[in-house]
Design a protein around this ligand. Structure first.
Ligand SMILES: C[S@@+](CC[C@H](N)C(=O)[O-])C[C@H]1O[C@@H](n2cnc3c(N)ncnc32)[C@H](O)[C@@H]1O
Length: 157
């Protein structure tokens, strides 16, 4: 399982996601350009010391990421998703791709994803914070696959 962040805009969100990933033992792909400098104070503060423990791979562009990509299916989290995330059967090598805070992902990227998942929301709500969305879907994906850090390898799917 991996998390991938598409051109993140807000350092506090990226730092929070890095901390989440470090604590749950999941590598992160950061697809640049980002809307901030990676060592920015807000980024470090949100990630605390966990940011240095996270396995972070930086990619200068979507094209570069696409060519070097590790992992299985590209599973996009999007408010325009056609499948509710809890109804999706996750696999241990899925990549959970999160969009930009301001604009999600471009339409061509939306189209090539292997799956497009949404977190159902109350009527009138536009979107969740990206780090909250990451935590909800990663939690469900790890629950289904048994990939929690303290699960013995023999008990994982
Ligand atoms: C603030 S939202 C982006 C909103 C943007 N205007 C859009 O329409 O995609 C940032 C990212 O969080 C994730 N996200 C937020 N709410 C979500 C939801 N209800 N279902 C699935 N993903 C969500 C998506 O990856 C999204 O690209």
């Amino acid at each position: 399982m991996r998390l991938a962040l598409y051109q993140p805009d807000i350092p506090q969100n990226a730092g929070t996601i890095l901390r989440l990933a470090a604590c749950l033992g999941v590598p992160v792909d950061l697809i640049e350009p980002a809307g901030f400098v990676l060592g920015a104070r807000q980024f470090r503060r949100a990630g605390l010391d966990y940011a240095t423990r996270a396995v972070l791979c930086r990619h200068p562009s979507w094209e570069a990421y696409r060519h070097r990509r590790e992992g299985g299916r590209l599973v996009l989290l999007t408010t325009r998703g056609d499948v509710a995330y809890a109804d999706f059967a996750f696999a241990p090598d899925d990549v959970l791709l999160l969009g930009r805070e301001t604009a999600g992902v471009p339409d061509d990227l939306h189209a090539i994803a292997d799956a497009r998942l949404r977190i159902p929301m109350a009527e009138g709500c536009r979107s969740l914070n990206v780090a909250v969305a990451a935590a909800m879907v990663l939690g469900e994906a790890l629950r289904q696959t048994g990939e929690w850090p303290d699960t013995p390898r023999s008990e994982r799917s």
